[in-house]
Design a protein around this ligand. Structure first.
Ligand code: AMP
Ligand code: MG
Length: 492
């Protein structure tokens, strides 16, 4: 495999990285390679596995490559940590896609860097495959995300609480790895001059059309774009029941892509307070809190950009405060638009917000599976309510029956459409398959023991989430009762 890497980040922002190399691993072996993604990147499909394993574990770098560990700060659970950075990761460089876009090629688990803060710099197979699977599922659901190009075993055994695990490296592709924490690092360690250069770099990468704007408008519009991307992202997450689990400011990208699939999971029974992460005791990153948290993270970004918004600090503050204050209502508009589409409503009518809200309340009250509750609306539209009612705690639920009646009355006010067609529209927007927690765990356990087959099968299912297939019936179902409450860890 010939990696033709560019090094724009490394060259433009030397203050924000440390040149570094990966470890020399005993026995690198390619576990899985993403041919779909490779094709989009213009990389070879089915490359030589030995060479690929050496390159994508970081132990060998292309001749002129300049791998770096990126510096960033971040608020972790609300606490500011001025120096985080890539403790176990490297940016190998940027790849130009056939359409001329730049993508970061990044490795996670390639060994400790000066940012490791006492960590071992390693990653293990289960969590890296988890990130691979989740990224592919999100991509198939149409949600912006970083994606895995490959997972490589290193040949090491790595100690993690409980047991030794197979060491692994994940090769990740991202629109960029610039995070809110990148701006925070620049602001706290260097000041406005560097923040300005990071902003220029980020705009050049993600919003190049803004470079033509006068400076003051440029940065204000840039902030607005980032806000829009993040609000859209969070509403897309919530539409599919996704709980990110660790929305620290260092895990919030400027590109609007989902990043860092640590303790994330898809909610089954709908409940706004759903939390999976075993360390999120206060529910800070609960399903229904995600809009508030993104507002908080975007406020942290705005703080770093103040000198760019206006030379007059008071005017800058005032503008930023107004912008941040409007985030909840802007999110609400996005979210309502998303929910209306999920209910099959194309027009906007008075009381729609009440209708969408009531559906979520019934889902909560009846502990309905989030994915199936929306999916089975298509059956209800086609005349069969029983499958939807069957998801409720009480299959004769008066609240759900009444809601269905109101929903039908509301659908009557939509432009007419044959029920079959409306059902098909709903099935294109409400997925049947998500990565079910019990299946993810079983697949990762088998993979860690050397059997990749269940993982491959699950991956194939979540890559085609909108068409229901008889052969994949078991992939539709929520976890059995005896699976118990699901708890995830940060997966280091
Ligand atoms: P994350 O939870 O993956 O977003 O990581 C938070 C921070 O911890 C980042 O700075 C990581 O580089 C660092 N980190 C996580 N695990 C390790 C590890 N095993 N060794 C060194 N640094 C780590
Ligand atoms: Mg992170």
């Amino acid at each position: 495999m010939n990696l033709d890497l560019q090094h724009h980040f490394a060259q433009a922002l030397p203050e924000l990285h440390i040149p570094w190399r990966g470890l020399n691993f005993p026995e690198p072996a390619l576990v899985i390679y993403n041919d779909h993604l490779a094709d989009e990147l213009g990389l070879p499909e089915r490359p030589d596995p030995m060479i690929t394993a050496r390159l994508l574990s970081g132990m060998e770098t292309p001749p002129a490559a300049q791998p770096v560990a990126q510096a960033y700060a971040g608020h972790q659970f609300g606490q500011f940590v001025p120096r985080l950075g890539d403790g176990r990761a490297l940016l190998l460089g940027e790849l130009a896609t056939p359409t001329g876009e730049l993508k970061d090629l990044h490795l996670k688990g390639s060994g400790p860097t000066p940012f490791a803060r006492g960590g071992d710099g390693r990653a293990v197979l289960g969590p890296m495959l988890r990130e691979y699977l989740m990224g592919e599922a999100m991509h198939a659901l149409g949600i912006p995300t970083t994606r895995a190009l490959a997972v490589v075993l290193t040949g090491e055994r790595v100690f993690r609480p409980g047991a030794y695990q197979p060491g692994a490296v994940l090769a990740r592709i991202a629109a960029s790895h610039i995070r809110v924490g990148t701006f925070q690092y620049a602001a706290v360690h260097h000041g406005p001059e560097l923040v300005g250069r990071v902003a220029e770099f980020t705009i050049g990468r993600h919003d190049p059309d803004l470079l033509e704007q006068p400076e003051k408008d440029r940065y204000r519009q840039f902030f607005q774009r980032v806000v829009e991307r993040q609000l859209r992202l969070i509403s897309q997450w919530m539409a599919v029941g996704f709980v990110h689990g660790v929305m620290n400011s260092d895990n919030t990208t400027l590109s609007g892509e989902t990043i860092d699939y640590g303790p994330c999971a898809f909610m089954e029974a709908h409940h706004p307070q759903t939390v999976f992460s075993s360390i999120d005791h206060q529910g800070r990153y609960a399903y229904g809190n995600q809009p508030r948290i993104i507002q908080w993270n975007l406020a942290r970004l705005a703080e770093t950009l103040l000198p760019l918004f206006d030379a007059d600090s008071e005017a800058a503050h005032q503008w930023a405060e107004e912008q941040v204050a409007t985030i909840p209502q802007r999110f609400q508009a996005r979210w309502q638009e998303t929910l209306r589409a999920k209910l099959g409503l194309r027009t906007l009518q008075a009381r729609d917000e009440q209708l969408t809200q009531e559906f979520l309340e019934v889902c909560t009250q009846e502990a309905m599976d989030h994915t199936l509750a929306f999916r089975r609306l298509a059956d209800a539209v086609a005349g069969d309510d029983t499958v939807l009612l069957g998801l409720a705690r009480d299959p004769r639920s008066p609240a759900l029956t009444a809601w269905l009646r109101r929903w039908r009355q509301r659908l009557d006010k939509e432009p007419t459409m044959p029920p079959k067609e409306r059902a098909a529209v709903l099935r294109r927007i409400n997925p049947a398959y998500i990565p079910r927690n019990h299946l993810v765990e079983a697949a990762l356990e088998a993979a860690t023991a050397g059997d990749l087959q269940p993982f491959q099968r699950l991956l194939a299912v979540v890559r085609a989430p909108f068409e229901e297939r008889e052969a994949d019936a078991e992939y539709l179902q929520p976890a059995p009762e005896d699976f118990g409450p699901y708890r995830t860890t940060c997966g280091t």
